[in-house]
Ligand binder design. Structure first.
Ligand code: NAP
Length: 313
């Protein structure tokens, strides 16, 4: 008998919803999370587009509720990092970085995604010293400072909006001539008096004083005029998309690994099944997902429902 019916790896909205649905289906569920519950949802200041959340609930408060809900329905939690997964005859063996192991009849990979790096000079050196990937975490250090936000998607617009409440000097830098964010977010960004949007512009370098641990300057290029210029800056918030955390798809003991798309996202069908029976994926790590909290939660519910069916059969 495996130790658990269902092991969910990752405790973001997808993983926690899967845990809740699994536990309510009377499965013995364990959620394994390497750091703390939440994932990228913790970056959300106000979760205004989650159905029914008409109040000002933050991503943090939302995820705490999801965590409590999953726990109250009987899911267990383990804070550890999975290093590998192996398929055994009738179950999966999960190995942690500390060498401990456990087994499960079915798995849901809900490991999410992490911020994409720009890879420009100064980014790595000044991370935590003025370069950040999370406005709600670090914005408070830059009240009324000159803040650059890089990116043109939903996340960049959300970050800029959050920062615009802390500073009237927010500059959103986007490489194209139109934002790709949802219409409502685009409109709000363009109309915000505290945000100046610089289209057709890329950031080439971040400069500053490493000893003083401070960003001081950004090097920008206006692509329309091929003009390179330096500008004073106190902080740079980078929000240029995400990359999937799908390393665990390399399951040992199976003929083929869990199938990934060209960008490294796990391919599933509409039941959240991967090509390996008993392995499901949900949320941002899944290919083709409309990456929203509500869809991650939906994925988690579907994955748990089908995992329960798989285990039953
Ligand atoms: P995204 O939609 O992939 O947008 C990434 C942005 O970064 C794009 O504007 C892209 O430019 C730009 N970019 C990528 N690489 C770049 C580079 N090397 N240099 C400069 N710019 C670069 O990512 P996201 O905004 O992080 O959102 C991820 C997912 O989460 C999306 O599905 C989004 O809908 C969802 N999300 C939703 C909300 C919300 O509903 N409020 C909030 C946050 C995130 P191009 O446009 O030129 O490609």
């Amino acid at each position: 008998m495996p130790d658990y019916d269902l092991v969910v790896i990752g405790a973001g909205p997808a993983g926690l919803t899967a845990a809740q649905y699994g536990a309510r289906a009377a499965l013995k569920v364990l959620v394994i999370e390497q750091l703390s519950v939440g994932g990228q949802v913790l970056l959300i200041d106000v979760l205004e587009n989650y159905p029914g959340n008409t109040g000002q609930k933050s991503g943090f408060d939302f995820i705490m509720d999801l965590h409590n809900q999953a726990e109250n329905f009987g899911a267990s939690f383990l804070f550890n990092k999975v290093s590998s997964i192996e398929k055994k005859a009738d179950c999966f063996r999960i190995v942690m970085v500390d060498g401990s192991t456990l087994t499960a009849a079915a798995l849901i990979i809900a490991t999410g995604a992490k911020p994409r790096l720009l890879g420009i000079p100064g980014e790595k050196e000044f991370t935590g010293k003025g370069v950040s990937y999370c406005a709600t975490c670090d914005g408070n250090f830059f009240k009324e400072k000159k803040i650059f936000v890089i990116g043109g998607g939903d996340a960049a617009c959300d970050e800029a909006r959050y920062l615009s409440r802390l500073s009237s000097k927010v500059v959103l830098v986007h490489r194209k001539e139109n934002l790709r964010a949802q219409k409502v977010l685009t409109k709000r960004t363009l109309e915000n008096p505290n945000i100046q949007v610089r289209f057709n512009t890329v950031i080439k370098e971040i400069k500053g004083a490493l000893a003083a641990q401070k960003v001081g300057m950004v090097v920008l290029e206006n692509l329309a005029g091929s003009q390179v210029y330096e500008e004073q800056a106190d902080a740079v918030f980078i929000s240029v998309g995400t990359v999937p955390l799908s390393e665990l798809a390399a399951i040992d003991g199976v003929e083929k690994c869990v199938e990934l798309d060209n960008d490294g996202y796990i391919i599933t069908n509409s039941k959240m099944e991967t090509n390996i029976p008993g392995v499901f994926a949900a949320g941002d790590v899944r290919a083709g997902a409309f990456r929203q909290v509500v869809t991650a939660a939906g994925d988690g519910a579907i994955a748990a429902f089908n995992a329960a069916k798989y285990i039953g059969e």
